[in-house]
Design a protein around this ligand. Structure first.
Ligand SMILES: Nc1nc2c(c(=O)[nH]1)N[C@H]1C(S)=C(S)[C@@H](COP(=O)(O)O)O[C@H]1N2
Ligand SMILES: [Mo]
Length: 408
């Protein structure tokens, strides 16, 4: 495949835009003001289509909103009716620049250090592949998915619903690795995973390193994954090897994992100690606040999104329970005044996967506020409203996630 750098693609971009938009892009502020007097809205910097960065150039550009070179989300309408999100459409989120592509050239040679076990060892991916293998479907979702709905201006990428997808992971259960190395040391309470990005010299590594600790009970489901959707794990998604913690927020799924340690305490890395902590608006992050670990019950509508024809309409969406299966999914076309049961679509791929859903409804001309509400088997139901918090994490309120559709 021909490689082009971000610069050459960028310089070609205006051609991809229609001529009037091009003028707007290139025009002076005065010209833009004149155009806006004529009734056009000038294209703001934020609307300018960005190209995919090189490490994610294989992605489906049309399925993604490119927020930045490190943050790309899936368009709400690009999630289809299948259970599995095609890799080309899956969101991407990097806190640091990805390692060089060379790390995925010889995946089997990748080494991971396992510590906090009775026989600490460095294992190659080739060795891991001979221990045991499992495949699990799970939702990968960023903690800040839904941040765009917060009114206080929560800092960070303004994700709508698309910082989430459901994919198949293949790898070795972490439990088997730990058992093969003599079991955990006494007093191990956390699993601490470290990402393999190179860190710049001269800065305290703790402020930058992607190192996350999760409760040791996650050992029951965690895996060291080398494949996603039946393909060797790409660099984009953490190849050659990634920690996968089904049911836990994205940040705990450490990419290019180079160390896994069973530890007594949580890491002091900033991303753990003060980052990814739920706290009131205006409050600084601190280790005593809840960490973004297990995901909550959530759903959203994926079609229709704007308009439809009068008569029979099919309302689609996705729903998941985090670490537990779903009990039911309901849909409302009147903004939550009345609810009807929707039907799950396709196979149930287990508690960590999402369930596409559909509801058939007859609609006459008018405007409809379509919302969905999931309930898990433990009886947790999505709340109507978001829980306000400084960084806009964990939003599962059904009201904000609705869509307004005109039927005519
Ligand atoms: N090593 C490493 N792992 C990481 C990150 C990172 O920047 N570096 N980002 C985390 C965050 S915040 C999220 S949401 C997910 C995103 O996974 P994806 O890019 O495969 O979609 O990876 C997580 N794992
Ligand atoms: Mo994230």
């Amino acid at each position: 495949m021909k490689q082009e750098n971000a610069l050459s693609r960028r310089s070609r971009q205006p051609e991809l835009i229609n001529p009037s938009r091009r003028t707007l892009l290139l025009g002076s502020a005065g010209a833009m003001a004149a155009v806006s007097l004529l009734g056009f809205t000038p294209l703001s910097k934020a609307d300018e289509p960005k190209s995919l960065p090189d490490y994610a150039a294989w992605k489906d550009r049309n399925a993604l909103i490119v927020h930045s070179a490190n943050t790309m989300e899936t368009h709400r309408g690009a999630i289809g009716t299948g259970v599995i999100t095609p890799s080309e459409k899956l969101f991407v989120r990097n806190n640091l620049p990805a390692p060089p592509a060379s790390v995925t050239e010889d995946p089997d040679a990748w080494e991971v250090r396992i510590e906090g076990v009775n026989k600490p060892a460095t294992l190659t991916l080739a060795e891991l592949k001979t221990l045991r293998v499992t495949t699990v479907a799970s939702v990968l979702q960023c903690s800040g998915n839904g941040r765009a709905f917060f009114a206080h201006g929560a800092g960070g990428t303004q994700w709508s619903v698309g910082a989430a997808g459901c994919v198949m992971w293949t790898g070795v259960p972490l439990k088997d690795v730990v058992e093969a190395l003599g079991g955990p040391v006494d007093g191990a309470r956390y699993i601490t995973s470290t990402g393999g990005e190179a860190l710049p010299d001269g800065l305290d590594p703790k402020t930058l390193v992607v190192e996350r600790s999760i409760p040791v009970k996650a050992m029951d489901s965690a895996l060291l994954a080398w494949a996603m959707n039946d393909t060797p794990l790409t660099l984009t998604h953490g190849g050659p090897l990634r920690m996968v913690v089904p049911g836990y927020y994205g940040v705990n799924n450490v990419k290019y994992v180079k160390t896994v340690a069973l530890t007594e305490n949580q890491t002091e890395a900033k991303i753990q100690a003060s980052g990814y902590r739920i706290r009131d608006v205006g409050v600084k992050g601190a280790p005593d606040q809840p960490s973004m670990w297990e995901m909550n019950v959530k759903s959203w509508v994926t079609a229709p999104l704007k308009s439809g024809q009068s008569g029979r309409n099919m309302i689609y969406g996705v729903a998941f329970g985090g670490t537990v299966s779903l009990e039911k999914i309901e849909v409302s076309t009147d903004g939550g005044k009345s609810w009807s049961p929707a039907r799950f679509l396709g196979p149930d791929l287990g508690p960590y996967a999402w369930r596409p859903f559909v509801m058939a409804v007859d609609l006459v001309d008018g405007e409809y506020r379509i919302v969905s509400r999931a309930t898990d088997v433990k009886g947790n139901t999505q709340p109507e409203n978001r829980t306000e918090n400084e960084r806009g994490y964990g939003h599962n309120g059904w009201s904000d996630h609705g869509v307004t559709v005109t039927i005519s």
